[in-house]
Design a protein around this ligand. Structure first.
Ligand code: NAD
Length: 255
């Protein structure tokens, strides 16, 4: 049997291709979930859902700004109204703003990232817990942090502030919901080939070989590497995994 058969899953930030949200949605759908992909990019998320449906898997798209409380209410009410349940929430939407601490734009970048990466993830976790409680079947919430939520990187002060927040928010919520079978875990990707990183790598293209040489696995991550970890956490196989940090980085932070 498939690993998340019949579960209803919400994945935010699903428009980007290559992107983690799309890869996660594909993997959950391959294992039997009905996946609702959401994003601020209406055309992109519709195309992501179409590509999954084309493979005779179950996917839908919704326009959704994770930084909007009204959007969260609308999206979750719509899902519960049409599917009657919500089992999996993946808070994946996020933005990256690289800035040295003394840069003029660093503070504005921090504020934007806080709204999407922290407030968005908080509202997604809150909406997920409320919906899962109302259904009474337990559930799994997976929050995308980063290796930048574990160790320091130059130029990442503001991004790291948001990803460290996601990590510890996740653990505190897990304590509140564990007895109800609602599991809340964080995933910490290393450098994965997506639109987010391709921009970062182009900026540093001279450093590309140095970046790969610094990764013990000697390669960048593939979105499927992250999707497989999220699938495990979403499935009943992870029934005793709660409040945990899953690093998927080719060994980078083991050094
Ligand atoms: P990406 O930039 O390729 O895709 C992010 C998606 O989020 C885009 O489709 C974008 O439109 C959407 N988005 C942005 N703001 C939004 C908002 N307010 N509401 C709804 N959607 C919004 O990024 P990615 O590489 O796929 O990253 C996904 C997640 O993984 C992010 O949280 C990121 O911080 C995290 N992460 C990525 C890497 C990596 O190497 N790619 C590493 C560590 C952590």
């Amino acid at each position: 049997t498939r690993r998340v058969e019949g579960k209803v899953a919400l994945v935010t930030g699903g428009a980007s291709r290559p992107g983690l949200g799309f890869a996660i949605a594909e993997r959950l759908a391959e294992e039997g979930a009905i996946v609702i992909l959401t994003d601020v990019d209406a055309g992109g998320v519709a195309e992501s859902a179409r590509l999954i449906c084309e493979r005779n898997l179950a996917a839908e798209a919704m326009v959704h700004d994770v930084a909007s409380e009204a959007d969260w209410t609308r999206v979750v009410e719509d899902i519960l109204g049409r599917h009657g349940r919500l089992d999996i929430v993946v808070n994946n939407a996020g933005i990256l703003d690289i800035a040295a601490i003394a840069d003029d734009h660093a503070l504005a970048g921090l504020r934007r990232q806080l709204e999407v990466n922290v407030v968005g993830c908080f509202m997604g976790t809150q909406a997920g817990v409320r919906a899962m409680r109302a259904c009474g079947n337990g559930g799994a919430i997976i929050n995308l942090s980063s290796v930048a939520g574990k160790v320091g990187f130059r130029g990442s002060a503001s991004y790291a502030a948001t990803k460290g927040a996601v990590k510890l928010m996740t653990k505190s919520v897990a304590l509140e919901t564990a007895a109800e079978g609602i599991r809340v875990n964080s995933v910490h990707p290393g450098i994965i080939r997506t639109n987010m990183q391709q921009q970062g790598l182009e900026d540093n293209s001279a450093n590309y070989d140095a970046i790969v040489a610094g990764i013990p696995a000697r390669r960048l991550g593939d979105p499927r590497d992250i999707a497989n970890c999220v699938l495990f956490l979403a499935s009943d196989e992870a029934g005793y995994v709660n409040g945990a940090e899953f690093v998927v980085d080719g060994g980078y932070t083991a050094q």
